[in-house]
Design a protein around this ligand. Structure first.
Ligand SMILES: Cc1cc2nc3c(=O)[nH]c(=O)nc-3n(C[C@H](O)[C@H](O)[C@H](O)COP(=O)(O)O)c2cc1C
Length: 179
């Protein structure tokens, strides 16, 4: 048996449930061709050339759109934007442009949709994408940024959403997460 066969998919998924993450919505496309997905895989890449990485399942509706448009927006969700997360995860049954229905949107530089009242918005040109099995790792070069102060983030941990207040300190973290 190979080393990789020792790790089951179920154990991997159980392990990943412990990885608390910020929740973002990645938007791509325009008009009726808009789509997008909820993502916890966003990471900072480089400040020297401002950039982020995001991994996307190549079976999702967003992957062909990302290749076609060559740009996307990372919208880091605020604590009260859980409904947007549900919609872009496809969990309320909406597809493509329908997912944009309940929130306000505007454009920055690339034309991808920026979410009103998101914690921060990173408007990205898709610089390159690396394929790894089912997923592609997107490298986005940031062309425009919006930042809002005084609001807390939406987090995802152990299969559920948690709202973190903007003024939380370390002692109150467990209380804020309802633990
Ligand atoms: C909290 C959360 C985080 C997610 N993170 C990712 C991610 O980083 N990459 C990804 O491809 N899908 C991720 N997904 C799943 C996608 O949001 C979902 O499969 C996608 O919206 C389906 O898109 P489609 O119906 O347009 O094909 C996540 C889902 C949830 C609920």
């Amino acid at each position: 048996m190979t080393a990789e066969a020792l790790i089951s998919e179920a154990d991997f998924k159980l392990s990943m449930r412990h990885l608390a993450g910020a929740v973002s919505v990645i938007t791509v496309g325009d008009g009726q061709h808009r789509t997008g997905f909820t993502a916890t895989s966003v990471s900072s890449l480089s400040a020297e050339r401002p950039s982020v990485i995001v991994s996307v399942n190549r079976a999702s509706s967003s992957w062909p759109a990302l290749q076609h448009y060559g740009c996307f927006c990372v919208n880091v969700l605020a604590a009260d934007q859980q409904q947007v997360a549900q919609s872009f995860a496809g969990l309320d049954g909406r597809k493509g442009a329908e997912r944009y229905g309940d929130a306000g949107w505007y454009r920055l530089k690339t034309g991808a949709a920026a979410l009103e009242n998101a914690l921060t918005v990173l408007d990205c040109k898709l610089e390159t994408a690396f394929h790894y099995h089912s997923h592609a790792i997107l490298v986005g070069h940031i062309c425009a940024i919006e930042i809002r102060q005084g609001i807390g983030p939406l987090l995802y941990w152990r299969g559920g959403y948690h709202e973190l207040p903007a003024d939380v300190d370390r002692r109150n973290l467990a209380k804020a997460l309802g633990q």
